[in-house]
Design a protein around this ligand. Structure first.
Ligand SMILES: [Zn+2]
Length: 130
């Protein structure tokens, strides 16, 4: 009996160590991504209006006043919806646009049109207290 209890204790200890190692391995892999503890979602498709706003800070001014105001709201709401994720440039540096009928993943504009690849990133340790 004594041996069985010792063995169970050792097995529990090993399993605990294994879990710790797996967690450590996962974090090390994420940090190796670009030396910062962030999580990344690739291949997010956004429209030209959103791209200009997200990377140059300019809201659309190319339509009539009413449309500009509506687009402004849609784009800002789209950015807000992603939190705690935020848009970031494409890690593969694909600058070319491509045509698709899928909605913009920021403002949700659903007319077919040109889209660009970007990424969504999130600070891995944001809000964690360990
Ligand atoms: Zn958009």
């Amino acid at each position: 009996m004594q041996h069985a209890r010792q063995r169970d204790h050792q097995l529990a200890r090993l399993s605990n160590l294994e879990q710790k190692f797996k967690q450590w391995e996962k974090e090390a892999k994420l940090e190796a991504y670009d030396h910062s503890p962030i999580e990344v979602i690739e291949d997010v498709e956004i429209c030209g209006d959103c791209r200009i706003y997200l990377f140059n800070g300019e809201l659309p001014a190319i339509h009539d006043e009413e449309t500009n105001a509506r687009r402004e709201k849609e784009i800002l709401a789209g950015e807000e919806r992603q939190q705690p994720w935020r848009f970031s440039s494409d890690p593969h540096n694909r600058d070319e646009s491509f045509f698709t009928h899928r909605s913009c993943e920021c403002c949700e504009a659903n007319e077919g049109g040109d889209r660009y690849y970007v990424a969504l990133v999130r600070d891995l340790y944001n809000g964690r207290d360990d």
